[in-house]
Design a protein around this ligand. Structure first.
Ligand SMILES: Cc1cc2nc3c(=O)[nH]c(=O)nc-3n(C[C@H](O)[C@H](O)[C@H](O)COP(=O)(O)OP(=O)(O)OC[C@H]3O[C@@H](n4cnc5c(N)ncnc54)[C@H](O)[C@@H]3O)c2cc1C
Length: 412
C-alpha cells in the first residue's frame, strides 16, 4: 500500500512513522524547507531557536512513544520536573514527587500567596470535578465555569487563568471550559504522577522530534519531499492522485485553513489566536527563579529560561500587546524581568495563526471524510484537546492506524 501524507508537522510526521513502521510505502509532502510545521527550529543571527517557545507535559504520552520509536530519548532530551508554578507576585505552588493525589493536594495546601479558606474550597471543588469525570454540563467558557464554582480569588488569578492561557492559548473569558477540563483531567487529575510533570526541552524543537523523525523515515524507506506544496487532490474510487502520483490513500495533515483548500467539505471556519515569543539574551549567569516563570506585568505572561542567559517570553492569544512594535515589546518585557542589566540581543517572533481559537462549541472535524481514501489529521481534529503537540501526534497516529487496519481491503 502506498500512502501520501500531506504536511510534515508533528501530526504528519507521527502518521508517517506509524505507517512506515507497519511496512506501508509512505511519502510525505511538506510545503516548507524543514519539518515540524508550527513547532520547528529556525536559525536567526546564526542561533538555533524555536519558531515559538513550547511547553510540554508528562501527560503528552504519545509524543514520548513516538520519540522512543525514532531513537530520540526523552530522558536525555527533556528536563523532567514536578510541576511548579512560580510568579513574580509571590505565588508559588510546587508539587512534590509523591503519588497522586497526594502530590496535588500537598501542592495546593502549601501554595504561597493564598489563604487557607480558599485552598480548602478549591480542594473540595477539584474533588467534585474529578468525581464527575471532568464532564461539564454545557458549552461554557472557562470564566463562566470558574464564576459558577466560586473560583474568584487568588488561585483563579495565579493558577487557573494562567494555566488556561498556557494550555488553550486563549484567555479564560473566551476559552472552552470543557477542553480546559480535559487538559486538567489528563494532567493534574491523572492517576499517574508522571503526567503532572513539566517537560522542559533541553534542545531546540527540531531536535526533539521533527529531525529525528525525518531521519528515521528516510532510513526506513519513506520518501520526504520538502518545498512541495500540494495544491489539489484528485480522488477516484480506487486511488488518490497527489502531485501526479497514484496512492492508495492520503492523509491531509495540515493546519485547518490549508486543509480546506484540499478538501472542500472541510468547511470548519476557525478564528485563530497569535503567539509571540520574545527572545532576550542576558549575561550567561542570569537565571530565572524557576525555568518556567509566570510574569504578572501588563504584557508579560510566561518567561522560559533556555539556559546561558537566554530567556524566551511568551505572549499568547489576542491582546493589547499585538499593537506594540517588536522594539516596544522587547523593552517592556525586559523591564518586567528580574534581570540586572539590559539584554545584549533580542528577537521577536510572531506567529499570527499559531492555534485555532479554542472557544466553546467550535466544530472539530472527524478523521474520516466522505472519501474513504482521504483522512484528516492535525491538532484541530483531536477533539479532546486544544491545539497541542500531543493532539497533533495522536491525530496523526489515529489516521495511520485506520489505514493500516483497512490495508487488506486496498487493491493498490
Ligand atoms: C508559537 C507557538 C507556540 C505553541 N506552544 C505550544 C505549547 O507550548 N504546547 C503545545 O502542545 N502546543 C503549542 N503550540 C501548538 C502546536 O505547535 C501545534 O498544535 C502543532 O504544532 C500542530 O501540528 P500539526 O502537525 O497539526 O500542524 P502544523 O504544524 O501546522 O503542520 C502542518 C504542516 O503542513 C504543511 N502544509 C500546509 N499546507 C500544505 C500543502 N498544501 N502541501 C504540503 N504541505 C503543507 C505546513 O507547512 C506544515 O509544516 C504552539 C504553536 C505555536 C505556533
Amino acid at each position: 500500500m502506498k500512502v501520501a501524507v500531506i504536511g510534515g508537522g508533528w501530526a504528519g510526521l507521527a502518521a508517517a512513522v506509524e505507517l512506515t513502521a507497519a511496512g506501508v510505502d509512505t511519502t510525505v509532502f511538506e510545503a516548507g524547507r524543514v519539518p515540524g510545521g508550527r513547532a520547528r527550529s529556525i536559525t536567526v543571527d546564526g542561533r538555533r531557536l524555536d519558531n515559538g517557545q513550547h511547553i510540554l507535559l508528562g501527560a503528552y504520552r504519545e509524543i514520548l512513544e513516538v520519540m522512543r520509536r525514532i531513537g530520540a530519548d526523552p530522558e536525555q532530551l527533556f528536563d523532567r520536573r514536578p510541576l511548579q508554578l512560580v510568579d513574580d507576585a509571590g505565588f508559588r505552588m510546587a508539587l512534590p514527587k509523591w503519588p497522586v493525589p497526594l502530590n496535588v493536594a500537598w501542592g495546593l495546601l502549601t501554595a504561597h500567596g493564598v489563604g487557607w479558606r480558599e485552598k480548602m474550597a478549591t480542594a473540595r471543588w477539584m474533588q467534585g470535578v474529578k468525581a464527575r469525570g471532568f464532564r461539564l454540563a454545557a458549552n461554557t467558557t472557562v470564566a463562566e465555569w470558574l464564576d459558577g464554582a466560586g473560583q474568584t480569588g487568588e488561585l483563579r488569578r495565579h493558577l487557573w487563568e494562567p494555566l488556561c492561557l498556557a494550555a488553550l492559548n486563549i484567555p479564560a473569558g473566551r476559552a472552552s471550559a470543557q477542553v480546559f477540563a480535559n487538559v486538567l483531567r489528563d494532567s493534574l487529575g491523572s492517576p499517574r504522577r508522571e503526567d503532572t510533570d513539566l517537560l522542559l526541552p533541553r534542545v531546540d524543537l527540531g531536535r526533539l522530534l521533527p529531525e529525528p523523525a525525518s531521519n528515521w523515515l528516510a532510513e526506513h524507506g519513506a520518501t520526504l519531499r520538502f518545498t512541495t506544496r500540494i495544491d489539489a487532490l484528485e480522488t477516484a474510487p480506487g486511488h488518490v492522485t497527489v502531485a501526479g502520483e497514484r496512492f492508495a490513500a492520503a492523509i491531509i495533515a495540515t493546519a485547518p485553513q490549508h486543509a480546506g483548500k484540499l478538501l472542500p467539505e472541510m468547511t470548519a471556519n476557525y478564528d485563530y489566536e497569535p503567539i509571540a515569543t520574545v527572545y532576550l539574551q542576558f549575561g550567561p549567569r542570569f537565571r530565572l527563579p524557576f525555568p518556567l516563570f509566570k510574569q504578572t506585568g501588563k504584557y508579560g505572561q510566561w518567561a522560559v529560561d533556555r539556559g546561558d542567559g537566554l530567556i524566551g517570553c511568551v505572549l499568547s492569544g489576542h491582546g493589547d500587546w499585538e499593537a506594540l512594535t517588536d522594539e516596544e515589546l522587547a523593552a517592556t518585557l525586559q523591564a518586567e524581568l528580574p534581570a540586572s542589566g539590559p539584554a545584549t540581543w533580542q528577537r521577536v517572533i510572531r506567529e499570527k495563526r499559531a492555534t485555532f481559537s479554542c472557544q466553546p462549541g467550535i466544530p472539530r472535524p472527524a478523521c474520516v471524510t466522505s472519501h474513504p481514501r482521504v483522512l484528516l489529521a492535525g491538532d484541530y481534529t483531536w477533539a479532546d484537546y486544544p491545539a497541542t503537540l500531543e493532539g497533533a501526534v495522536r491525530s496523526g497516529r489515529r489516521a495511520a492506524r485506520l489505514l493500516i487496519a483497512n490495508r487488506d481491503n486496498s487493491p493498490t
